[in-house]
Design a protein around this ligand. Structure first.
Ligand SMILES: O=C(O)CCC(=O)C(=O)O
Length: 275
């Protein structure tokens, strides 16, 4: 069996369990991150679309160059240290803020929408541009993953990147941490960790790619769902296994995703913070 070269140390695992987040780690070289950004921007030019809105649910099934990132050994090795060797990817999304476009992500908790049981899923956030305080980097609230359950209020603020403009009134931000990353680096946070980001006040874009991982043993309380086996074996059969992309924007995959999306909507179930 291949060595798990990027495994977390026992101290890092303890820190993750205590804080609910961990960074920075490196997955891509600066050149590799720039190549992903160029491909994304080429797609944006050709399609005229926002990747979060149009291909936001499972971007790793649509683009081979995002599937490569989502299944990168440097990320999966860390994920394996936290949830074991049998790893599923449920969703992945590109979060691109343009220079000074005023868009932000209010504080929210993803687990509220996911229905993954037990609540062990976690997200990697991979920087495809440098990401810092000025350009609206990801922010996390330390230790919020062990905090009480919370209810989002929906504001539908057009500047919010969350479709319903969810907010958490009165959230205590005294333990907020700026997740500053260079292009190619990534962070990890637990699905219960409250997170968000402020507007991009810089002259360049801020682009991140977030991927949601869970153990193959997890179930979904919202019904039968699809997921991609990223590493290990699925001995449980709780999820419909999705296929890795063989080419970009495969019409069959796009059709599959349209059907998935419609089935989620039909049930009137809020699947995700961006749904
Ligand atoms: O990229 C951001 O600023 C926020 C990302 C986020 O909220 C998420 O991945 O769930």
């Amino acid at each position: 069996m291949a060595a798990n070269r990027g495994a977390l140390s026992a101290a890092e695992v303890a820190t993750y369990n205590r804080q609910g987040h961990l960074h920075p780690f490196t997955a891509l070289t600066t050149t590799e991150a720039a190549a992903r950004r160029a491909k994304l921007e080429d797609w944006e030019r050709r399609s005229g679309q926002d990747p979060l809105k149009e291909v936001g649910l499972k971007s790793h099934l649509i683009f081979t160059w995002l599937h490569d990132v989502a299944t990168h050994p440097a990320i999966l090795d860390r994920i394996e240290s936290l949830i074991g060797p049998d790893i599923l990817i449920y969703s992945s999304s590109v979060w691109a803020k343009n220079a000074r476009d005023g868009r932000f992500v209010s504080w929210h908790r993803d687990s509220v929408y996911l229905g993954i049981e037990p609540v062990t899923a976690l997200q990697a956030w991979v920087a495809l541009s440098d990401s810092n305080r000025e350009n609206g980097c990801l922010r996390v609230l330390s230790e919020s993953h062990v905090g009480p359950d919370i209810v989002h209020e929906e504001t539908f603020n057009p500047k919010s990147m969350l479709t319903r403009g969810q907010v958490l009134p009165g959230v205590d931000v005294s333990k907020a941490v700026d997740v500053e990353l260079r292009a190619g680096q990534f962070s990890l946070h637990h699905e219960r960790t409250v997170h968000g980001s402020e507007a991009n006040e810089s002259d360049d874009r801020r682009i991140g790619y977030s991927i949601l991982y869970m153990p193959a043993s997890a179930t979904c309380s919202l019904g039968r769902r699809g997921a991609l086996l990223a590493r290990g074996t699925d001995r449980y059969g709780h999820w419909d296994l999705e296929k890795p992309p063989v080419r970009d924007e495969d019409p069959e995959v796009l059709d599959y995703l349209t059907r998935v999306w419609a089935s989620y909507r039909d049930r009137g179930v809020k699947q995700d913070a961006v749904a």
